[in-house]
Design a protein around this ligand. Sequence first.
Ligand code: BEZ
Length: 164
Amino acid sequence: MTIKIGDTIPSLDLFVMGEDGGPQAISTDELFKDKVVALFGLPGAFTPTCSASHLPGYVQHADALREKGVDDIICISVNDAFVMTAWGMDQNVEGRVRMVADGSALFAKATGLELDLTERGLGMRSQRFSMIVENGVVKDIATEDPPTAEATGAEAMLDKIAAA
Ligand code: BEZ
């Protein structure tokens, strides 16, 4: 079943790059506690739409999202922390977007947001989605099929926050 408005983000470990240059576990409890988080997920680092549109939109609109009360912007993908960090550097996220690795697709599966791209050689990945999460509770969710990144993009999220 897919996670929906009113549900709590499942408790599990994700990964970021640690100070020792290796993957460091971070719990979803820590990532979402007492914060308003703009979370977006996508099928893969360095894939065309994700690199040309989805992530750059959140980098571009990061300040505007923060002005509207968002504490953290998190990009999650079924990639490892090395790849997510390299992609973040390639995209100049520079602290505006937190790059979080769901390398084993635990989050994608626990939220029902997994996407099987085996036929395209990518294996099990994540749907393209966005969520507004307040203190671990989903306040809004959008999903869309590749290749578009509009309903789940930063501008759509800004519009929703402005209308709320
Ligand atoms: C994309 O452009 O986002 C994409 C392309 C191929 C597979 C998955 C995603």
